[in-house]
Design a protein. Structure first.
Length: 145
C-alpha cells in the first residue's frame, strides 16, 4: 500500500505500547486497518454529507488521534481551522504524523506550535465519544479476524 498521510515516512518508528489490537504494531498497520473501518458513521456529523470512500479520512481526526494515543502513547495536538475547530494529529516519541491529513488534499497544514488536545474537551461532545467508542470496537473486531 502506498501512503500519502503527513509523516508516513517516519510513522513506522512509533511502536505500539501494548497489544490491545492484534497485528497493530505501527501507525502504518493502524492506517491499513482503519482504511477498512472509517465510514460515514465515524465521520463528524457536520461533514457526513461530504464523506466518500475516496475521501475516507474526512471528519475522522480526533477520534483517530485519540485511538492512536491509546495504542502508541504520545500526545495529541490540534491545528486551529477556520470555523474554530481543531484538526488533531499525533506526536509519539518525537515522531509527528497525521493519519487523517489526506482529507485536506494539497493544502499544507502547519504542524508546529499547536496546542495539546485533551479527551475531556473532545469527548464532552457525546456524539464524538460514541464515534470513538464505535471506532475502537470496530478495530477490535477487525483485528480479531
Amino acid at each position: 500500500m502506498s501512503y500519502r498521510f503527513y509523516g508516513w515516512e517516519t510513522a513506522g518508528k512509533a511502536k505500539a505500547e501494548n497489544d490491545i489490537y492484534k497485528g497493530i504494531e505501527t501507525p502504518l498497520q493502524l492506517y491499513d486497518a482503519l482504511s477498512h473501518i472509517w465510514c460515514e458513521y465515524t465521520c463528524a456529523p457536520r461533514l457526513r454529507n461530504e464523506w466518500t470512500p475516496e475521501n475516507m479520512t474526512l471528519g475522522q481526526c480526533s477520534i483517530t488521534a485519540f485511538l492512536v494515543q491509546d495504542i502508541f502513547g504520545g500526545e495529541v495536538y490540534g491545528i486551529l481551522r477556520p470555523g474554530g475547530n481543531y484538526h488533531c494529529y499525533n506526536v509519539v516519541d518525537g515522531v509527528k504524523f497525521d493519519l487523517t491529513s489526506e482529507q485536506f488534499g494539497d493544502e499544507k497544514l502547519v504542524y508546529e506550535n499547536n496546542p495539546e488536545q485533551t479527551r475531556e474537551v473532545h469527548f464532552a461532545k457525546e456524539e464524538k465519544r460514541l464515534r470513538y467508542e464505535y471506532l475502537k470496537e470496530e478495530l477490535r473486531k477487525y483485528t480479531a479476524e
